[in-house]
Design a protein around this ligand. Structure first.
Ligand code: SAH
Ligand code: SF4
Ligand code: F3S
Length: 439
């Protein structure tokens, strides 16, 4: 059967989509492109903010029509499936199966049961030994970049966040399994590996298996891997051993995504983040000292309950101090079952929007400045493909994660090349191969 997976949410979900695709291909199904031509449509869902949920329900409206017309098999997986559990069949009576993030290994079975006689499948278990952790998406990885899940779940219970409820408790995958998967990827030609988890730096906490820094060292030694990245890190778990890996391990890229969420200590405490703004800044300083030129990106929330003008100014100050290369910023969205949903001091939407736009405007200038500061430097670029805008242009990324577009031979695709940066823009850099004639 021809299947299409519609995906929402984070990189964990992107990777779960790859895993489901791989399982389905193993069972003889074929990946399609268009939902109108598909026999099976799976929607892999996210509920981190209200907007993500709204997008899902509006897509389901469209799929209900398709189901009436073509009897398409429909499945809902991921975080909304887990949040709603069996209720999802009441809300969406026309779907055939629903699987939580720990049960995506059942996807082929669920499709086959639906095809055989409209038998419904549901599974939302999360009691350790998560099978979704061990799936290797060997069929779906193309190109030179690959993702590897190293842990699942989250035990941090930040007061605004739904993840601990929908992804369950933290569980790390065995070091030997992670290393075996990466060796296999390297043999298939993958050169850049990103380790995935809600909180990768608490990998194997409290166990005698490899620690996170030890895992990084082992991966660094795998032949064929030239770039190593990881997302996401929690500032409270950045250890001296992890800091020491930067600038020391040759494959570990000079960039880190380190969400700060707020610059106000009062709000950080209400968020249950487990650090103060000065502790956050101390970690940033230690990383900069160990690895000059390291790029910082982050997530931030504005309009958290009780956030006043002064709290927001503290967030602006933190942003100014770190000078991030980029920040994903969001307006606080109240989520069911979370502690923050019960807090007083709701920030009026107009004020939250105003704060967000002020934050984003300033961050755009800082990002542009940091891109311009690259002008005149020579950097290593991993060429990912031809540029979307122009046929004779190539596009790739620096080790710090910045996009570089430059003229070059398509034969350079998938290669690591040295490029001179000639111009910095808001979202990318323009480069030139050093031996370009006429310079
Ligand atoms: N595990 C990661 C990312 C979690 S979700 C981490 O801890 O960093 C990605 C981002 O979404 C968070 O960093 C946060 O900035 C944002 N987010 C999470 N819940 C939110 C909510 N209820 N409202 C607005 N933004 C939220
Ligand atoms: Fe959510 Fe906090 Fe866990 Fe990140 S660390 S997933 S923000 S609870
Ligand atoms: Fe969304 Fe679930 Fe990821 S809620 S952000 S898809 S862990």
């Amino acid at each position: 059967m021809r299947f299409v997976i519609e995906n929402f949410g984070c990189q964990m979900n992107d990777h779960d989509m790859e895993k489901m695709g791989s399982v389905l291909i193993d069972h003889g199904h074929v990946a399609g492109k268009d939902i109108d031509d598909a026999d099976v449509v799976i929607v892999n869902t996210c509920c981190i903010r209200e907007k993500a949920e709204q997008k899902f329900y509006s897509l389901m409206g469209r799929l209900q029509h398709l189901r009436r017309k073509k009897e398409t098999i429909l499945g809902v997986t991921g975080c909304i499936a887990q949040q709603e559990k069996e209720n999802i069949f009441e809300r969406l009576p026309f779907i055939d199966f629903s699987l939580g993030p720990s049960n995506i290994h059942l996807v082929a079975e669920a499709v086959e049961k639906a095809a055989a006689g409209r038998i419904r499948t549901s599974a939302f278990g999360d009691n350790g030994g998560s099978p979704s952790l061990v799936i290797r998406p060997h069929n779906t990885r193309r190109g030179i970049k690959g993702y590897v899940t190293i842990m699942k779940g989250c035990d941090n219970f930040c007061s605004y966040c739904v993840v601990p409820y929908v992804r369950g408790r933290e569980e790390s995958r065995k070091g030997t399994d992670v290393l075996a998967e990466i060796r296999e990827m390297a043999e298939r030609g993958i050169v850049e590996v990103t380790l995935l988890g809600q909180n990768v730096n608490s990998y194997n906490n409290g166990s005698d298996d490899l620690s996170f820094p030890e895992l990084l060292c082992e991966i660094d030694a795998i032949p064929g891997i030239s770039r190593l990245r990881f997302v996401t890190s929690h500032p409270k778990d950045i250890s001296p051993d992890l800091i020491a890996c930067f600038g020391t391990l040759k494959t570990l890229c000079e960039s880190i995504h380190l969400p700060f969420q707020s610059g106000s200590d009062r709000i950080l405490a209400l968020m249950n983040r487990g650090y103060t703004s000065s502790e956050y800044l101390a970690r940033v300083e230690a990383l900069k000292e160990q690895c000059p030129g390291i790029a910082f990106t982050a997530d931030c929330i504005v309009g958290f309950p009780g956030e006043d003008d002064e709290d927001f100014e503290a967030t602006m100050r933190l942003m100014e101090t770190v000078r991030f290369d980029g920040v994903f910023s969001f307006i606080y969205s109240a989520r069911r079952s979370t502690a923050a949903a019960l807090l007083p001091g709701r920030v009026p939407p107009a004020i939250a929007h105003e704060r967000l736009s002020r934050f984003q405007k300033r961050q755009r200038v800082i990002t542009l400045d940091s891109n311009r500061a690259m002008e005149g430097t020579r950097v290593e670029v991993l060429v990912e493909g031809q540029s979307k805008n122009s046929a004779d242009e190539l596009s790739g990324r620096t080790r710090t994660g910045k996009i570089v577009n430059f003229k070059g031979d398509p034969g350079l695709v998938y290669k690591l090349v040295e490029v001179d940066i000639i111009k910095g823009y808001a979202n990318s850099l323009r480069g030139e191969l050093p031996d370009t004639p006429g310079r």
